[in-house]
Ligand binder design. Structure first.
Ligand code: ZN
Length: 292
């Protein structure tokens, strides 16, 4: 297992971690400058932040700072309730792939979507199985586009509390079942993003990480699970402040040969987003050494 205690060379910052400090959007290009100034070597930007900064300007900044991208957040939201919706999903995910290629990302992270319309508060139906079938069909179609571009797809299973509105793939087992169905040869074109926040509770965690193996382990996201958690989406904890055995999780993925970045991804409306962005980045670096 790699030693993370002495430096932060394997730390990546998911840029949502510092997206809106004290009520103000922190512009992506400034976030990148602040990361570079701290010797952070990798980032994973969100599409809305990239669109606000401009794709070309972001690509130039990534190149000039010498960043690697541990992923690109995100594609997905595959479920729909009309033919027009189906086409819009396909087109949008192709654009996400193109952007990931332009930025040189390691993978396009997929949050697959829940019941169509649920995220907007108007679920079109209650058939979760049908939503899952749409996801499988959409990922299969996107995999063709991804293979053409040489951009791996990383399915991120989300904690079951998001099954209705954000992702109806909720366990590593489900995600890997889909990977195996679409890519039995384990080509590296499709795998999983293991986010500690979403999978730490899973009784099959060790078993499914072993099943994934190196070919399917495309990304590792870290933060912590606070007790109590006060918001379903925006109360993620800084590493070390909660109950996830982060070093134990990293041991599991590294035992399979995972040697990529460990990406800090914290959505924290009432705590970390209320602080100075530089302080948050400095804390991420220290906690990454101490707790990951
Ligand atoms: Zn994640």
């Amino acid at each position: 297992m790699r030693d993370f205690t002495a430096d932060h060379r394997w730390l990546s910052i998911n840029t949502a971690t510092v997206r809106k400090q004290r009520g103000q959007d922190w512009p992506l290009l400034q976030i990148l400058d602040a990361c570079a100034a701290r010797g952070i070597r990798a980032v994973s930007p969100w599409r809305d932040q990239v669109h606000a900064a401009g794709l070309a300007a972001t690509a130039r900044a990534v190149k000039s700072h010498g960043f690697e991208l541990s992923g690109y957040c995100r594609g997905g939201m595959f479920t729909y309730s009309s033919d027009a919706g189906r086409q819009a999903v396909r087109d949008d995910n192709r654009r996400a792939l193109d952007e990931a290629c332009e930025l040189g990302a390691a993978c396009l992270v997929l949050v697959v979507g829940g019941l169509p319309g649920a995220l907007a508060g108007r679920p079109a139906h209650k058939d979760l199985a049908a939503a899952r079938a749409q996801v499988a069909e959409s990922v299969a179609a996107l995999l063709t586009d991804a293979r053409e571009r040489g951009m791996p797809l990383a399915i991120e299973p989300l904690h079951p509390m998001y099954a209705a509105d954000r992702a109806c793939i909720n366990t590593l087992e489900q995600a890997l079942d889909l990977c195996d169905a679409l890519d039995p040869g384990r080509s590296g074109a499709i795998g999983v993003a293991v986010d500690a926040y979403h999978v730490w509770w899973d009784p099959k965690l060790a078993q499914q990480i072993a099943r994934a193996g190196r070919e399917r382990l495309l990304a590792l996201h870290v933060c912590d699970w606070l007790v109590p958690t006060t918001d379903l989406l925006e109360d993620r904890g800084m590493m070390g402040d909660g109950v996830i055995d982060l070093r134990g999780l990293r041991a599991l993925v590294e035992a399979q040969g995972y040697a990529g970045y460990s990406e800090v991804e914290i959505f924290s409306a009432k705590n970390w987003w209320q602080r100075d962005g530089g302080e948050v980045l400095d804390t991420c670096i220290q906690r990454h050494r101490d707790c990951v």
